[in-house]
Design a protein around this ligand. Structure first.
Ligand SMILES: Cc1ncc(COP(=O)(O)O)c(C=O)c1O
Length: 434
């Protein structure tokens, strides 16, 4: 391969990707688009530097501006969530969870979390499944934890409190991991915290998905409801760089988490992303309330519109959703794999997802029965309920009417013409410019 040719192909592929997303509907629930200022920070010289350790206790020189920005990032995060302690060094949500496992458990301890089939994340998963099959989740494979499952009520799309408490009493976990990747409704934090206290277990709420909604006051505040620690990614509803963070009010646990992060898990903690995170946190402090309200309103509007267009939207009896996510059951429409691919041809980007009842009906993760839709990015581009109804119509055209996806792609691109700018920031600018 000619190196210069490869070099040019990489650059042109990035450009093409930008052009594609500039005329598409990016609806992956775990994604968002960052502001021009966040993107500028991501390309700054901070990304060439090291600042091992804690502000004021660095083992590198040349960090005075980096230290100032990292201190600001911690202050902004503490203010955003009303907490005493924040570590902004984890380089992702998975690393944030790993820092909690490292700090609060020992290999062999029991941790409880939702199974991946019911909204749990791979970072909370076991090494092996109940039939001995390899799963390789972070909790089991990396920290050597014995993962037992939180019980789930499929009908109510939420944790089954009584069954979970019974299991807690039986398995005596050291740590309960709440939160998840499929999260339509607030979870029963208070109830599980009470039970956890009685057996000496700690509770971490993984807010990877909902951190931006929590910041904007539109989702439960887990620490105020009694959870010990909250981990999160900073690039899903929290519209910052790909990074992570941990917050708590518990000083003893915080000291352990700090040590887990350095020298345990991190040498370089992606300083450009810390700067970008500080910018996004400032944006959320200023615009988060308005943004989070718009996100939840859009999710509800999209769910209702999809229902009206003839889709099976999960949790109709509960008002569909209280988060940024909408879940569709597309078993009757050929399954998640086929639907995801058809929508992609129409420039509608979503991901297929397991539904809680999929395993029972013989579906697996390669071709699950669900689609998980997210509206955070469309909201950040300034779309509202009227556009959600348009979007639902595109889904119907592709998946129910069998219209040529290429034709729908043209309609999508037409709709996107009026939504090219990142909102909810101090200096609005083009969303996908490169
Ligand atoms: C609940 C949950 N935790 C952790 C993560 C991992 O986050 P990251 O990609 O930042 O490591 C995800 C990612 O989607 C998630 O859904």
């Amino acid at each position: 391969m000619d190196p210069e040719d490869a070099y040019r192909r990489v650059l042109s592929s990035i450009e093409e990707h930008h052009r594609w997303f500039d005329s598409s509907l990016p609806m992956i629930a775990s994604e968002n688009v960052a502001s021009p200022a966040v993107r500028r920070a991501m390309t700054s010289d901070f990304g060439h530097r090291y600042a091992e350790g804690w502000v004021g206790e660095r083992v590198y020189a040349g960090t005075k501006y980096i230290d100032y920005v990292e201190s600001l990032a911690m202050e902004l995060i503490k203010k955003l969530y009303g907490v005493k302690f924040a570590d902004v060094r984890p380089i992702s949500g998975v690393v944030a969870n790993l820092s909690v496992y490292t700090a609060l458990t020992q290999p062999g301890d029991v941790v409880m979390a939702l199974p991946i089939t019911k909204g749990g994340h791979i970072s909370m998963g076991p090494l092996k499944g109940s039939k001995g099959q390899f799963i390789g989740g972070t909790a089991g494979a990396v920290r050597g934890l014995d993962v037992k499952y939180i019980a789930f009520d499929d009908e109510n799309m939420n944790i089954d409190v009584d069954r979970t408490i019974n299991r807690m009493e039986k398995y005596k976990p050291k740590l309960i991991m709440m939160g998840g990747s499929v999260i339509l409704f607030p979870q029963p934090v208070k109830e599980l915290v009470e039970a956890a206290k009685s057996i000496g277990a700690a509770v971490n709420y993984d807010a990877a998905h909902v951190a931006g909604l929590i910041a904007g006051g539109k989702f439960q505040r887990p620490l105020e409801e009694g959870a010990d620690v909250m981990t999160f990614s900073t690039h899903k509803t929290f519209f910052g760089p790909q990074h992570g963070a941990v917050i708590t009010n518990d000083e003893e646990k915080f000291e352990l988490i700090k040590l887990a992060n350095f020298p345990g898990l991190l040498s370089n903690h992606h300083l450009h992303a810390v700067a970008a995170l500080a910018i996004a946190a400032a944006e959320l402090l200023a615009f988060g309330k308005e943004y989070a309200e718009a996100v939840v309103k859009n999710a509800k509007a999209l769910a209702q519109a999809l229902h009206d267009e003839g889709f099976k939207v999960v949790a109709e009896h509960l008002g569909f959703t209280e988060s940024h996510q909408v879940l569709l059951d597309v078993d009757d429409l050929g399954g998640g794999y086929k639907c995801e691919k058809l929508l992609e041809e129409a420039n509608i980007i979503v991901n297929r997802n397991l539904l809680p009842w999929d395993i029972k009906r013989g579906r697996g993760f390669k071709d699950p029965g669900g689609l998980r839709l997210g509206v955070s990015e469309l909201t950040r581009l300034g779309m509202g309920p009227d556009e959600m109804r348009e979007v639902a119509k595109f889904y119907r055209e592709v998946l129910i009417d069998g219209k040529d996806p290429k034709e729908v792609a043209r309609e999508v691109s037409e709709l996107r013409k009026d939504f090219k700018t990142v909102k909810y920031t101090f200096e609005e600018g083009p969303a996908y410019e490169y």
